[in-house]
Design a protein around this ligand. Structure first.
Ligand code: DAH
Length: 334
């Protein structure tokens, strides 16, 4: 079979027409790339047709060449147009899929915060650490010695009564105050010492608006040479003003604690009333002796107070149980 000029010309025209309709229907970039190879690749349709160029007369060849070039140009621009079209379509659908609706309502994550009692403890610790005190702690299960005897609390003292203290059958007990931390710390350290000791304490109290069987205290202890009651007063006044406000009226009342001599109770004037907030005094010489300090050389002061009471006065909380009930309506206020 001979190949004529007309035949090739016709094949080229058909190729061009078919390709145009097929390319214009391409849906994907992959498909389009396959078509580019199919028509214009090295072994593509166009090359196949032009393989027979050799069989054409010299005078017809330029004409065919021209037609082939035109077909090639047409197909190339067609493929490129389609390419651009498909690419922009792809970008558009991608944009559409990734659209962020900035007017959508937000999803709020619940955020926890520190319990008012712990906030109170943190504030108290901050103040004393700022004054150069170290934070100390001790066990909640104590012996009679640390909770009572070493603190000069006599055998027949009412605090030792079963009414007030939770005892274990082996004679140990749940500490009724943070004062045993004084003894434990002094046993292990030599003066000068300055400590602030927060902790949980236990009493066999009937629970009501102002009493809880479990509550929190903070203990203060400073021992050095030449410490006087004036140092105690100054420290307590600075501390209470930091918590309750700078012009706070503070009153020291003579009182009694077995482990301090002299002892005092401290009142603040708050909303027109005197409120007792703290017990304190100069460390009793017999307590210093119990830990091996020489009371002729060293003197010291101590103080102890309830954290719940501070929080209740400061935040006008009318019932101590609110601090333990985990009612979010209450807790969210702090
Ligand atoms: N431990 C006493 C109590 O629980 C409070 C107290 C009073 C502590 C006077 C002290 C102090 O350190 O000096 O009632």
């Amino acid at each position: 079979m001979t190949t004529t000029f007309e035949q090739i010309e016709a094949e080229l025209t058909t190729l061009s027409r078919d390709a145009q309709s097929i390319v214009s229907q391409t849906k994907t970039l992959d498909e389009l790339e396959r078509l580019r190879v199919f028509y214009l690749g090295k072994k593509g349709q166009l090359s196949q047709i032009l393989r027979n160029m050799g069989k054409i007369s010299n005078e017809d060849r330029p004409h065919i060449g021209q037609t082939a070039n035109d077909v090639k140009d047409t197909l190339e621009s067609l493929l490129n147009q389609r390419l651009e079209h498909l690419q922009s379509q792809q970008i558009e659908s991608q944009l559409l899929a990734e659209t962020l609706d900035v007017t959508m309502p937000g999803v709020s994550r619940p955020l926890g915060h520190i319990h008012p009692l712990n906030q109170m403890i943190d504030r108290i610790l901050d103040i004393f650490v700022g004054l150069g005190y170290s934070v100390a702690s001790g066990p909640q299960v104590e012996t009679d010695y640390y909770n009572f005897a070493a603190l000069n609390i006599p055998e027949d003292h009412p605090a030792r009564d079963m009414q007030d203290t939770f005892f274990f059958s082996d004679g140990r007990l749940l500490r009724t105050h943070t004062s045993p931390v004084q003894i434990r710390y002094m046993e292990k350290h030599q003066p000068p010492i300055r400590i602030v000791a927060p902790g949980r304490v236990y009493r066999r109290d009937t629970v009501d608006a102002t009493h809880s069987a479990v509550f929190h205290q903070v203990e203060i202890l400073l021992v050095d040479q030449g410490v006087t009651f004036a140092d105690l007063r100054g420290t307590i006044k600075v501390f209470l003003s930091e918590i309750f406000g700078s012009d706070l009226p503070v009153r020291f009342r003579a009182s009694y604690f077995p482990f301090t001599e002299p002892s005092a109770e401290v009142d603040i004037e708050w909303k027109g009333e005197w409120l007792e907030v703290l017990g304190c005094g100069m460390v009793d010489p017999s307590v210093l002796e119990a830990v091996g300090y020489d009371p002729e050389i060293y003197t010291g002061f101590a103080a102890g107070f309830g954290v719940e009471r501070f929080a209740m006065v400061l935040h006008q909380i009318d019932d101590i149980r609110r601090l333990y009930n985990s009612d979010l309506r209450f807790l969210r206020q702090f």
